[in-house]
Design a protein around this ligand. Sequence first.
Ligand code: NAP
Length: 448
Amino acid sequence: MLRVAVIGSGPSGCYTAQGLVQQDSTVFVDVLDRLPCPYGLVRYGVAPDHEKIKSLQNNLRTVLEHERVRFLGGVQVGGPGGLPTARLRELYHAVVYCVGAATDRHLGIPGEELPGSWSATEFVSWYSAHPDAADDGFVRGARSAVVIGVGNVAVDVTRMLARGAAELSPTDMPQAALSALAASRVTDIHMVGRRGPSQARFTTKELRELGALPDTDVVVDPEELALDPACADPSALSAPQRRNVEVLRGWAAAPPTGGRRRIGLRFFLRPVELLAEGGRVGAVRFERTVPDGQGGVTGTGRYEDIEAQLVLRSVGYRGVPLEGLPFDAGLGTVPHREGRVLRDGAIAPGEYVAGWIKRGPTGVIGTNRPCAKQTVTSLLEDAPVLARKQVPEDPVTVLRSAGVAPVEWAGWQAIERAEAELGASLGRTVVKLPDWESLLAAARATTS
Ligand code: NAP
């Protein structure tokens, strides 16, 4: 028998657990998560209106319900009061860290910390009911919003700012976020890239959704498209880039319909400062850039201010170091060889990584499958040596005696029931519980 702990129950953790139990009938996996709820970014990152992607939870559920897999929620690994990684290694033959990229990148420009300026991650956490999210009036008093960055997260937050109550109500969004977005007076959303349209990171499917939003015009400046030499020569573009440019061209040529909201897609503008007005952000100053001929851009010394009472920087996630694990601060990942953790360049027996903490915050959910597969292959190759280590018969008994009280699968199911009941009481379907207290109360009340 091989006992493996997988840390993190998002897609990479679940795919790792699945690979392990499917490929080796002697493996038993405990999937530990800091939160009492499973599924990581599928629950707390995928936008609530992306129901099809959210339904991936059903696939991940079958993994966590496998007879040789246990979900242990509410267990913090590392950090103050958390289970030390060294202790974890004593309890299991192997540990796979699938902890993702838990923080967001900063711009490093003046005014970034002004009230009204947030990371997209904070905004996403709020409308996704993450229990650590701040409930902080993101859209209150705002007419114009600037989203910095042109990746899929930027598209998500832009779309959520433009959605009305009728479209949000059927989602599982928490009630407070729904009420706030329903009352939002934001009419102008500017999504701004520092490079050209052909270099945007969003995918065409996600981009097209902006054009399907009710009562909303998508505005693209033909002059900004013309600035990008690659747009004039589509043969130089990859198929996905070409599709993006075609969609943008269509919007640039379309006359406005006079919709209540406008989404402006802007390019070749580099943020240089957030400007204050009345003690909070009032505008973002951008420098006009031009292509440098090598895929990058250079500044022109010309500036443009875009009004914004809400600024969301959406410039990528970043991994954070986990106490007791090596960390490459430059890459924001754990050094590894084919998923095996490297300490000072040498393989650390019994320690593995998968997902964003292994390869950085890139790719879609499905990218985690081959990533997890590589790690699983490495671990199972090492299994004969790992199995020689003496570990306690049941790590959960040891955890409990050390005062750790995991939320097990029945506790999570109780949370699901509480969310369905809350939804029914509000005349909606499922409505997520937004704070630690209500999540833990639901898990405890129904399991006792
Ligand atoms: P991303 O795809 O890496 O995009 C980051 C954006 O920020 C880029 O446009 C980048 O521009 C820009 N940026 C970075 N530093 C900047 C700076 N200092 N100033 C101005 N702009 C800056 O990151 P993401 O949107 O957070 O997405 C992370 C991953 O999750 C991606 O793989 C994404 O596809 C995935 N995701 C997928 C979905 C979906 O499938 N529906 C939804 C959400 C996220 P440069 O290119 O110039 O660096």
